[in-house]
Ligand binder design. Structure first.
Ligand code: C2E
Ligand code: MG
Ligand code: MG
Length: 780
């Protein structure tokens, strides 16, 4: 067997049968059984015609020899022939009724034997009759002999063995007859040509049958396989089948598909399968185009609305054409990919959004910025602004109220930002308490206006889980493309502007300016240097006297931190302390301050107090009480001499950790002072409920209190009255002139701390200032 693997148009490789395949007698090959069945089927089909032809030939002979002595023999012979033909026809009828798929080789042998018998009868008849024929009849008989060879070969052609035996025996008898009659050589040539043509015809016909059977069988096997697969599809698989007619109306669909559509299959058949009006737009067009062009399409996703729900189907389809080449509709498969699609969308969303707030994340905002920059470069109207927003005092909320409240606060911040910018502007959370906003089509002053509005919005009090929380926001703005033409550049510029906003006291909006680059370098250098400052003993304390306004005596000192940078010299605490706080260094540095201040205070008379400033992170550090106790004990100082100063900034909320920490300190017996009063939230409420021993009135009131009719003077008077009623001490901070001193004295302040009465001084000088001998001399 030779299999040709060239691709025919129908996709089935053509089969080229050999001799043995044509004879189909080998029982070992199951295909031969099918071939034999087909051979016999075709033989049966040709049989009535062959029988008629044979009988006609017989009758012709009977007419020719009607007056001959051979007539009775011929009649008998014809009778036998008719019986044989009738038997053959009967056999054929039986076989046709049984219509077997496969037939044993024996049947072919029997057919061949029958053919040989019939052939032999004819082969014997012609030589017998020729003796009785006149010369004219002989010529007719030769013609009939040849006709018999052809007719018989045609009749048995489907079974080549039978056809060849039948024709073969007749050819032999014909040759024998011709020899006996002394025919010319041309007669033999004619016989040879006829024999060759007949043999060739028989073999070609037989070969065609074998090829047909093989092709048919392969198609049937393939069809069966496809049917099985389709069956699998429809019943077990996740996919379903659909079919439409030339008008796009559904002609078939899997029950599973009907289930997905949510309507019985019978209701859908006869209607358009895909309702473009209710499908998602982009893919709808793609599908319509493919269907319109009668083109094969694969995995087109359409988004139909089933019930009220948006679903997603993946569809593949192939156009069908009828025998005339007319378009007959589409057949295809589909599957519901809604879940896969949702999962993919979820992953994409996760990759581009912030899981806590649902805002765009850093990756996504970068694309927004890029698009905004492209729009500006492309000549779009106005510029674009990138805003960096940092929440002020957020860390305090996290530290004091816990991370879950912190998270809730961040979500609320996100809601406010989105609410404020719903008419324009992309909002994202970059991480921590940092947010970014991209505004398109704005100039710098408009961006600054939006920034100021956002600061206001974000600074409104928050109410989270029963706590009233107050935070602020600092904003840095950079304009594209002037401040940065690439995403990285503009983000860096906005970042620098944000640093500036924080350095400038927070709660403000700052626009980028080129000088900020220099500041940023400086800050980075400071950060690095600050980490070494402690280790390299660059930190020191100065002490500023606090004077009693009644008798002018020094009643204490405030310890003020100093940093002498090896090359920059003295760095202001207003500059480096926020950096140290940001770097998380203030807990360590603050502990050193407490211990060092106490160590110096130990050398002073016991009536001289020592005030130490606390950063917010120190206050909520659980170690603080132990540090304080240890510093007091090591230096033998009574707790009442130590005053710890906190600023109003610690009052982010009206309850929680701050108050608890203050109470814990108060229980140690140390004093608590409220520093810079008036610069923070100016909420007098907490004064009534918190255990402050001292209120330090900020310098800004002191300066203006010189005018007795000023609002500041009224406020100071009010605070002093309130403090007195609550048993608190008041200290006026930063009195620089005698007028300021007198003014605060007149307003009732008990104490003063300012340049006029004494600048921050070295510890040794402070010690000398309060040395007993000196005090006595001063008293004298
Ligand atoms: P503060 O606690 O309010 O300290 C008073 C500040 O006012 C000091 O500034 C002091 O030098 C300054 N001052 C005093 N009298 C006058 C005056 O008559 N006129 C003017 N213009 N200023 C006056 P300094 O030393 O620069 O400290 C600034 C701030 O740094 C302090 O403000 C305090 O908040 C913080 N700080 C200083 N040392 C520490 C520390 O050890 N720990 C913490 N956490 N913060 C500290
Ligand atoms: Mg202070
Ligand atoms: Mg102060």
């Amino acid at each position: 067997m030779v299999m040709q693997t060239t691709r025919a148009s129908h996709d089935i490789p053509a089969f080229m049968p050999g001799w043995l395949d044509i004879l189909a007698l080998d029982e070992g090959d199951p295909m031969n059984g099918l071939v034999r069945a087909e051979q016999l089927k075709q033989l049966g089909r040709a049989m009535p015609f062959s029988a008629a032809a044979v009988l006609l030939l017989g009758l012709t002979l009977a007419v020719i020899f009607r007056h001959s002595a051979a007539f009775p023999v011929l009649v008998v012979w014809l009778g036998v022939l008719a019986a044989a033909v009738a038997f053959g026809l009967h056999k054929v009828r039986l076989r046709r009724a049984a219509n077997p798929d496969s037939v044993p080789a024996r049947t072919i042998w029997l057919s061949a034997a029958r053919a040989l018998c019939v052939g032999s009868m004819w082969a014997a008849l012609f030589p017998l009759l020729i003796g009785f024929a006149d010369p004219q009849s002989r010529a007719v008989m030769s013609g009939l002999h040849i006709a018999m060879i052809s007719a018989g070969a045609f009749a048995f052609a489907a079974v080549p063995l039978a056809a060849l035996l039948f024709a073969g025996v007749l050819v032999v008898s014909l040759i024998g007859m011709m020899v006996a009659l002394g025919a010319s050589w041309s007669s033999f040539v004619l016989i040879a040509i006829v024999s060759a043509l007949v043999a060739r015809g028989v073999i070609a016909h037989a070969r065609a049958i074998v090829v047909h059977v093989h092709a048919h069988e392969r198609l049937r096997a393939r069809g069966e396989m496809i049917a099985t697969l389709l069956d699998e599809y429809e019943t077990a698989g996740a996919d379903w089948l659909w079919e439409t007619d030339a008008c796009g109306l559904c002609t078939h669909l899997s029950p599973k598909f009907a289930e997905v559509i949510g309507r019985p299959a019978a209701e859908i058949v006869g209607h358009p399968l895909f309702d473009p009006q209710r499908s998602q737009a982009r893919n709808k067009e793609e599908l319509a185009r493919a269907i319109g062009l009668k083109q094969r399409f694969r995995h087109i996703q359409v988004g139909p609305v089933v019930g009220e729900e948006q679903r997603w189907w993946s569809l593949s389809g192939t156009p069908r054409f009828d025998l005339l080449g007319q378009f007959a509709g589409f057949s295809g498969i589909g599957s519901d990919v809604t879940e896969q699609r949702r999962a993919r969308e979820q992953i994409e969303r996760m990759a581009t959004s912030d899981s806590l707030t649902g805002l765009a994340n850093r990756t996504a905002i970068r694309s927004h910025i890029q698009a905004a920059l492209d729009a500006v470069s492309g000549g779009g109207s106005g510029g674009c602004a990138v805003m960096m927003i940092d929440l002020d005092r957020f860390k305090g909320v996290n530290d004091t109220l816990g991370h879950s409240v912190g998270d809730e606060l961040l979500r609320e911040v996100a809601r406010r930002l989105e609410g404020d910018l719903r008419h324009g502007g992309a909002v994202s959370r970059l991480g921590g308490d940092e947010f970014a906003v991209v505004l398109s089509g704005v100039n710098a002053s408009a961006a600054r206006g939006v920034g100021a509005r956002l600061v206001e919005t974000l600074s409104e009090p928050y109410s989270i889980r029963g706590s009233a929380i107050r935070i602020g926001a600092s904003i840095g703005i950079a304009m594209g493309v002037a401040d940065g033409a690439t995403v990285d550049d503009i983000l860096r510029a906005a970042d620098l502007a944000l640093y500036r906003a924080k350095d400038d006291g927070r709660g403000v909006v700052r626009l980028y300016e080129p000088a900020l680059h220099h500041d940023a370098e400086e800050r980075r250098a400071l950060e690095l240097a600050l980490r070494l400052a402690m280790l390299e003993n660059q930190l020191s304390l100065m002490f500023q006297p606090i004077i009693d306004l009644g008798d002018g005596a020094v009643v204490g000192f405030e310890a003020l931190l100093r940093w002498k940078h090896p090359t920059l010299g003295q760095v202001s605490p207003a500059r480096f302390i926020p950096i140290a706080e940001d770097l998380g260094l203030m807990d360590t540095i603050g502990e050193w301050v407490i211990r060092t201040a106490c160590a110096w205070a130990a050398r002073w008379p016991t009536n001289i107090g020592i005030s130490v400033n606390l950063s917010p992170s120190q206050l909520v550090n659980a170690r603080l009480p132990n540090v304080v106790l240890s510093a007091l004990a090591t230096n033998g100082i009574s707790p009442g001499r130590l005053e710890l100063e906190v600023t109003e900034n610690i009052f982010l909320n009206e309850d929680g950790g701050t108050r608890g920490a203050l109470d814990a300190l108060a229980r140690l017996g140390v004093r608590i002072g409220l520093d810079d009063f008036g610069t923070g939230y100016s909420s007098l409420g907490y004064l009534r409920t918190t255990v402050f021993d001292t209120i330090k009135i900020d310098r800004c009131f002191v300066r203006e209190a010189v005018d007795a009719n000023s609002q500041s003077a009224a406020i100071v008077r009010h605070i002093v009255g309130l403090a007195a009623s609550l048993g608190m001490e008041t200290v006026a901070e930063g009195a620089e002139t005698v007028e300021e001193l007198n003014a605060v004295k007149a307003l009732g302040c008990g104490r003063v701390q300012g340049y006029f009465t004494g600048r921050p001084m070295l510890a040794e000088d402070a010690t000398a200032l309060v040395a007993p001998a000196r005090r006595e001399a001063r008293a004298a």
